[in-house]
Design a protein around this ligand. Structure first.
Ligand SMILES: Cc1cc2nc3c(=O)[nH]c(=O)nc-3n(C[C@H](O)[C@H](O)[C@H](O)COP(=O)(O)O)c2cc1C
Length: 334
């Protein structure tokens, strides 16, 4: 057990024990994982669009509530889509289910932010650029989660790694901010705090836990993959996505390099194909989201073991290693 708690504006605003968040994850952010994160004292998000309908989301929220009495939230990701899902109905399901924290991600969240706030829901908006963080702050969100270029999923098009993005955002954003992308351990947590964040959000690291509801082959692939085991795809359509490097991502990149239109790769990147892969265990079945942080993932612990390990490591670094680096300055010669 950790000796201390780390208290930040994030833990206080959201009433969470540890400054650690499990960000929304399509096909992975289900009740098994989210309740385990909540029970370990961190903040997990169910992923709204993983559920086939707003009614199914309401059911999943009820299921998660039966598995934990700690707070958890729902992620609502708004991405450009040929057939957009009924976002406002998903939003109503979230509100009517009594959820108190929502993670928004993607384009133009204003209407959602307004409506969620009207119902007293706290919002963490995830974005990948300082200018987007500032515009979300103006919209009235309660916190920002900022994803550096390392992240799994959508890093945006600016390619600014966390080491610059996080302090650049911290200089300008006044509300609490989580650092996201590339975090897996206590070293990352301490670094994020040093850079001006009030906590970390992780995706890929939570996929390699016992409770993550995906086939074991994917967890094993995350353990064996190193920091180079990702591909950036869909860059030529300005919808860049970081996924695990496999035969399908290689094929997508080959077609993109030929200057072909999106319709030529659409069948390869279909979300449904990713979901089926997560279930059937074939890591080359479709594209699946994963980050560079694979290079720091060496095992498959339970969520509780992971959170406790991160907090203990952070405690050791802050109270022993960093403090130990300080030496009395040499007296200034007279
Ligand atoms: C399998 C997977 C699916 C994801 N799906 C979503 C999603 O639907 N919406 C979203 O906002 N972020 C999504 N993300 C991004 C995470 O919430 C988080 O921002 C990202 O994983 C942080 O980078 P990391 O993986 O290096 O920790 C996904 C990440 C993973 C690994």
């Amino acid at each position: 057990m950790t000796k201390h708690r780390i208290k930040t504006r994030f833990t206080e605003t959201f009433g969470i024990e540890h400054p650690i968040v499990q960000g929304g994850m399509q096909w992975v952010g289900r009740a098994e994982l989210v309740s385990a994160v909540a029970n370990a004292g961190a903040l997990g998000f169910l992923t709204a669009l993983t559920q086939p309908s707003p009614e199914a989301l309401a059911k999943e929220i009820r299921r998660c509530s039966e598995m934990t009495d700690k707070p958890f939230g729902v992620n609502l990701t708004i991405l450009p889509s040929i057939n957009p899902p009924p976002y406002s109905e998903y939003r109503s399901a979230i509100i009517e289910s009594g959820i108190k924290i929502v993670e928004t991600a993607g384009d133009k969240p204003q209407a959602h932010v307004d409506e969620l706030k009207r119902h007293g829901i706290k919002i963490i908006h995830k974005c990948t650029a300082v200018r987007h963080a500032l515009s979300a702050e103006r919209m009235g969100v309660d916190a920002i989660s900022i994803d550096g270029f390392e992240c799994a999923g959508h890093p945006g098009e600016d390619d600014i790694p966390g080491l610059v993005l996080i302090p650049a955002a911290a200089d300008k954003v006044s509300i609490p901010m989580l650092a996201s992308g590339g975090f897996a351990d206590g070293r990352g947590l301490v670094a994020a705090l040093a850079l001006g964040a009030e906590g970390i959000s992780m995706g890929t690291r939570f996929c390699a836990t016992k409770e993550a509801p995906i086939h074991d082959n994917f967890k094993a692939a995350l353990v064996s993959g190193d920091e180079r085991a990702t591909d950036l795809i869909l860059r030529s359509y300005r919808n860049t996505s970081r996924v695990a490097k496999n035969s399908v991502s290689t094929e997508v990149r080959r077609i993109e390099a030929l200057g072909k239109s999106f319709s030529e790769v659409a069948h390869l990147v279909k979300g449904q194909r990713g979901r089926e892969g997560f279930e059937n265990g074939d890591t080359n079945y479709g594209v699946w989201t994963a980050g560079m942080v694979q290079g720091l993932i060496l095992d498959i612990p339970t969520v509780r073991e992971l959170i406790e390990r991160i907090m203990e490591e952070a405690d050791r670094i802050i109270s022993t290693r960093l403090v130990g680096l300080f030496q009395p300055a040499d007296p200034i010669p007279a």
